[in-house]
Design a protein around this ligand. Structure first.
Ligand SMILES: C[S@@+](CC[C@H](N)C(=O)[O-])C[C@H]1O[C@@H](n2cnc3c(N)ncnc32)[C@H](O)[C@@H]1O
Length: 155
């Protein structure tokens, strides 16, 4: 199973990048033995600033074939970490790749939002997309730990 975090914009060397790399490295180390495969970030850039519809075309091209599409969107569903882990485990059991999509400053084009298999909200507030990457990376790592039955996640 391949986990892709597909995001608009290039993340330069920064505290956010350090955190994302750390969480995904930790997930990848633990994930292999759980059949969760590896997680990586793929970035697309709308260099000419043509807007959401053009970003959607770039994003569509970068979605791995057959992957479950999960949008990160404040209008999506708020779910618990154990429920998120169960979803990830479900896609693993179906041998399905998963592609999480994080939009740019204007969000994710409605055409792409409609294509999604699922949409996750980190609450009604709007977060900067770089922080959403960090929070998602941590939740992916946390999900791996929940599926592994380690004490990392405590209720
Ligand atoms: C700055 S936000 C764009 C907000 C934009 N107004 C919209 O309608 O989506 C950039 C990206 O961060 C993610 N994001 C921001 N807040 C979020 C939240 N509360 N839950 C989930 N994703 C969020 C979404 O993927 C969004 O496309």
């Amino acid at each position: 199973m391949k986990v892709t975090v597909l995001a608009v914009g290039r993340l330069r060397k920064s505290p956010e990048l350090t955190l994302i790399t750390d969480y995904l490295d930790r997930f990848n180390k633990a994930g292999r033995s759980l059949g969760l495969g590896s997680a990586s970030v793929v970035e697309v850039e709308d260099k000419r600033n043509l807007g959401m519809a053009e970003e959607a075309k770039l994003l569509e091209r970068a979605i791995p074939e057959g992957a479950a599409i999960v949008t990160l969107d404040e209008r999506g569903q708020v779910i618990s970490s154990p429920d998120f882990a169960e979803k990830l485990g479900g896609w693993r059991d179906q041998a399905r790749d998963v592609c999480f999509i994080i939009g740019g400053a204007d969000g994710i084009d409605p055409s792409l939002r409609q294509r999604a298999d699922f949409s996750i909200s980190f609450g009604k507030m709007v977060w900067p997309h770089m922080l959403v990457r960090v929070m998602l990376a941590e939740q992916i790592y946390r999900a791996g730990q929940i599926l592994a039955g380690t004490p990392y996640h405590r209720v």
